[in-house]
Design a protein around this ligand. Sequence first.
Ligand code: SF4
Length: 124
Amino acid sequence: MPMDSFVLKTKNKIISFLEELRVWYLLGMPRRSKERIAEIYEICKENKCGFFENTSCGMCGCPISDKSIIKNKIMLATTECPHENKYWGPEEGFVEKKAEIVNRKETVNIKNIKTGGGGGCGCR
Ligand code: SF4
């Protein structure tokens, strides 16, 4: 892959995940349960979409795993599968709320995002 397109792809992945974090923060940082995370990760692993890449979604580029950490799109209860088939969606109650927030241009200070136990970056 040419360097320019690699940089652009990486940049788009980062922007995509930061937007997921922004929406999640503005909706009160709700987390999915460990059981629900495992269930959704299994759906991704089935790879019916054709975009599963082990530690990330090849469609939006966001990190995915079965861990309850901030660096996991599935942990954020406001997120959804980006595929047109919507293999999984936001948790109950967040569909409408998310639609409102997505169009708001409110910015978020990343320092305000609390990672909870276990280290949000995945470190222990
Ligand atoms: S989030 Fe959706 S498109 Fe991405 S890997 Fe999971 S099922 Fe596939």
